[in-house]
Design a protein around this ligand. Structure first.
Ligand code: UD1
Length: 428
């Protein structure tokens, strides 16, 4: 097993280059299934969620060629199966995208329920509503979601809840359906736009991605393409907070500053200086963070996937801040870990009241999920002493070389292998 060890207290300075976006990659890679031809995908992040999704395509029969550390070529011609077993699907949330992609390609899909971070209930009723509106019959039996259709026909779908997953899945199922599909109250996240751009580069006809009405005119076939994934908004935001929480000065490169506006706005409110360039942002923090209130919302609101990291910064603020989670029912599990480090945070349902403390102190902590794990790293960078973070496999799901990237800007951070203490052996 591995843990990350951080000796806190260093102000970070220098440049960090952002990798391709996880949530775009895990939508774009299953979408390859829909095309007749070879797709070359560039700026692919080196993270375990992407490895899992590529592995799934490979096991379904795709041929996968790794060109270099950020580029893959995938040929889906020989994909023969429309079934995704629990052993494959349960590793991540985005495995649900195979339902839409397989429906689009085979008119049938049998997929075990998706896994992913545990933020409370994660229903897929809006995905199913969309598939049914396109003419599919969807049932759940033997623990599997079954969807099949004689023909998929365009339709108007109003999402009762703004859902990234449902928007992606309906786009995948509709792109080769007959006629026009309209998704209303669609999610507007940058990765929705990236998926639409990818599908359009294969010959799809999708308009309005990035607004709350997406129109998809079905096409009969999609061809191979070369496409570069957008930079990861959440990885960039996490390093922006790394600058702020360590009183540092970081330039985050290979970003789309527009995607970071809600994060920049809150960092400025908290006392940071944020400078925007064409493809970079620089964050400088020369003071103790000021308190501020944050509400997470679908894009363009403050991203829920930045909530644990921002709460960690506010744990050190002057005064009292309120963090309200507006997307998930239960996304404050990590607060117990921050409390172990001296944070004073009270959680009541979807609201956390954060009484800023002057300093955090190192402690052994656990990553309770992906972004919570990033929050522990940030807390460790700011804390006095040596913080040990367990369950790093969560962090590896979404952060490409986090230890190397932080070391290069002055963090004292390393990864160590240790023997499971349950086996009665000590860390090495
Ligand atoms: C995606 C992201 C995740 C992020 C989330 C919100 C990926 C792989 N994951 O997750 O990191 O935290 O967006 O930005 O991109 N809902 C329903 N019914 C549905 C679907 C969703 O009620 O059928 C609800 C959910 O319970 C939640 C809200 O809608 O309260 C948003 O969920 P959704 O946008 O679908 O999240 P994911 O796509 O799972």
């Amino acid at each position: 097993m591995e843990k990350i060890i951080v000796n806190g207290g260093n102000a970070l300075s220098g440049e960090i280059c952002i990798s391709g976006a996880k949530n775009a990659a895990v939508a774009i890679i299953p979408a390859v299934l829909l095309c007749d031809g070879v797709c070359r995908i560039e700026n692919v992040p080196s993270i375990s969620d992407v490895n899992v999704i590529i592995r799934i395509l490979y096991e379904l029969g795709a041929s996968v060629k790794v060109i270099n550390s950020t580029t893959v070529e995938i040929d889906p011609t020989h994909i023969h199966s429309h079934v995704l077993s629990a052993s494959m699907a349960s590793k991540m949330r985005a495995s649900s995208y195979f339902i839409g992609a397989m429906l689009g390609r085979f008119k049938k899909a049998r997929v075990a329920p998706p896994g992913g971070c545990d933020f409370g209930v994660r229903p897929i009723d809006q995905h199913i509503k969309g598939f049914e509106a396109l003419g599919a019959t969807v049932t759940i039996d033997g623990g599997m979601v079954n969807a099949h259709a004689v023909e998929l026909t365009g339709s108007s779908i109003y999402l009762d809840k703004v859902s990234v997953g449902a928007t992606v899945n309906i786009m995948l199922a509709a792109v080769k359906a007959r006629g026009l599909t309209v998704i209303e109250n669609a999610a507007r996240e940058p990765h929705i736009v990236d998926l639409a751009n990818f599908l359009n580069s294969m010959g799809a006809n999708i308009m309005g991605a990035g607004t709350d009405v997406i129109k998809i005119r079905g096409v009969s076939e999609l061809h191979g393409t070369t496409y570069s994934i957008i930079p990861d908004q959440i990885e960039a935001g996490t390093y922006m907070i790394a600058a702020a929480i360590t009183g540092g000065d970081l330039t985050i490169t290979n970003v789309i500053p527009k995607h970071l506006e809600s994060i920049s706005a809150k960092l400025i409110e908290a006392g940071a200086v944020v400078q925007e360039y064409d493809e970079a942002v620089r964050v400088i923090m020369r003071r103790r963070p000021k308190c501020c209130n944050v509400l997470t919302m679908p894009h363009p609101g403050f991203p829920t996937d930045m909530q644990p990291q921002m709460t960690t910064l506010l744990a050190l603020c002057e005064g009292v801040s309120v963090m309200t989670e507006g997307v998930w029912d239960n996304r404050f599990k990590y607060v117990d870990q921050l409390t172990l480090m001296g944070a004073k945070i009270k959680v009541d349902g979807k609201v956390a009241i954060i009484n800023g403390v002057e300093a955090l102190s190192a402690a052994p902590v656990k990553a309770t999920d992906l972004r919570a794990g990033a929050a522990m790293v940030l807390a460790g960078l700011a804390a006095e002493g040596t913080t040990e973070i367990e369950n790093v496999e969560f962090i590896d799901r979404g952060y490409d070389n986090i230890v190397e990237k932080l070391s290069a800007v002055g963090a004292d951070i390393r990864r160590v292998t240790y023997i499971d203490p349950n086996l009665g052996r000590s860390a090495v």
